[in-house]
Design a protein around this ligand. Sequence first.
Ligand SMILES: *[C@@H]1O[C@H](CO)[C@@H](O)[C@H](O)[C@H]1NC(C)=O
Ligand SMILES: [Cu+2]
Length: 185
Amino acid sequence: MRLLLSSVLFAATTSAFPNSAATLRGTGGLVVPRANQLIPVVVGGPQDTFNPNSVVAAVGDVVQFQFSNGNHTATQSTLEAPCTPLEGGMNSGHIPFTDGQTDVGTFNMPVTSTDPMFIFCATGPHCQEGQVMIINPANAQQVVDFVKAAQGTDKSVDGATTAGGTAGKIGLDIAAYVCILPLSS
Ligand SMILES: *[C@@H]1O[C@H](CO)[C@@H](O)[C@H](O)[C@H]1NC(C)=O
Ligand SMILES: [Cu+2]
């Protein structure tokens, strides 16, 4: 508790520094810049999910969506309309991965705000199946609420244009996941 309180006080005092408070971390009273991070999120795979479905990111970090098996999107929405694109929001567009591919489609999204950012997959019924995530959720309950709200919608709306990031490719060998063949049915 005492440690927690002192770190809260510390956070409150760092805003006097020119760098944003979100990029600073306390280490025994010293202020050191926190290096920007590349935060991988796996999209799709044998299950239609974002993994993890909740991440904490600072301004300057880059969230790297890595597209696994299937054909998925990472599209920004809102808590109120979980499976509908936010006008002017981030949208990767559909990025497929088929078995045998040795590279992985990515979408690198620079983080420009620490406000909660709501994201869904616009492919087929994936959003209604709960394929959603939040960057910087207010709390864990908000993630649960968002998943349930998505599951309560009738259908998804596809994003019109790609925005808010850069598409690319990385080798499967350095991806955040091991490619698992879908279970035969
Ligand atoms: C991915 O899904 C979109 C939307 O349903 C479709 O237009 C596109 O052709 C699909 N791509 C592949 C490779 O299946
Ligand atoms: Cu999907």
